[in-house]
Write a protein that binds this ligand. Structure first.
Ligand code: ADP
Length: 230
């Protein structure tokens, strides 16, 4: 249901890769929800299914069985075009490697999702998005002229500019030093607290997970432990 407190809902979500004896069950019957205005960390050893969970929950990949709902829309029933629109309009994504467009300035990078959606962003809107991540003074810098932490802030602003229902972050501090990581995590925490943004972050770092309200621990594609409010 739209406006339900559950922004993302996975029900018996299962993802298999390959077929026959080669089949890998990367996600095994996972049922969980991500509630509006909460910050969830997804942890677990390498190969436990963290990225698969994130990709399926974000509509970047389809589950083999079970269902995924984003903001009241069940993804399984959607064709590719409709799924692309859900991803574009309802989901933000931040990656370990920032993935900014090197030829564009910070401001132009942030404008990109809006332009792709056929909207013409106003300068004030873009400056406000940059100011929100503490980079009001870096609007015309290109990624090569920004530090790693600054680039990740631009990527966060870009992910949030469409006001997505949920922001997914895949090891967002994986390429950053400890101090810069803390700044980026505090920024994410602040965005959850100030704007009631829903954030789901994959991390292998317990210090990063400490910024979350809730930790989901995966092993062999299953949720094996959960700490914090559900
Ligand atoms: P994590 O993010 O926790 O390291 P992943 O979600 O990447 O784990 O992977 C979970 C399991 O699924 C692993 O066994 C991995 O080898 C397998 N896997 C992931 N993606 C693919 C793929 N595209 N094809 C085949 N197997 C995959």
């Amino acid at each position: 249901m739209k406006n339900s407190p559950d922004v993302v809902r996975l029900s018996s979500a299962t993802k298999r890769y390959g077929s026959g004896p080669q089949t890998v069950t990367a996600l095994d019957n996972v049922t969980t929800t991500f509630t509006r205005g909460t910050f969830t960390a997804v942890m677990g050893p390498s190969g436990s299914g963290k990225s698969t969970l994130l990709h399926c929950a974000a509509g970047l990949d389809r589950v083999s069985d079970g269902t995924v709902e984003i903001d009241g829309t069940e993804l399984g029933g959607l064709g590719e075009t409709a799924l692309t629109l859900v991803r574009r309009d309802r989901v933000g994504f931040v990656f370990q490697a920032f993935n900014l467009v090197s030829a564009l300035t910070a401001e132009q990078n942030i404008a990109l999702p809006l332009r792709l959606a056929g909207r013409r962003p106003g300068r004030e809107q873009l400056r406000a998005a940059l100011a929100e991540v503490g980079l009001g003074h870096r609007a015309t810098h290109r990624p090569s002229e920004l530090s790693g932490g600054e680039q990740q802030r631009v990527a966060i602003a870009r992910a949030l500019v469409t006001r997505p229902a949920v922001l997914f972050a895949d090891e967002p501090t994986g390429a950053l030093d400890t101090e810069t990581s803390r700044d980026v995590l505090a920024l994410l925490r602040g965005i959850v607290d100030r704007h009631h943004q829903t954030v789901v972050m994959v991390t292998h770092d317990p210090a990063a997970a400490a910024y979350a309200d809730r930790v989901l621990l995966l092993a062999d594609g299953r949720v094996v432990d959960e700490a914090g409010p559900c």
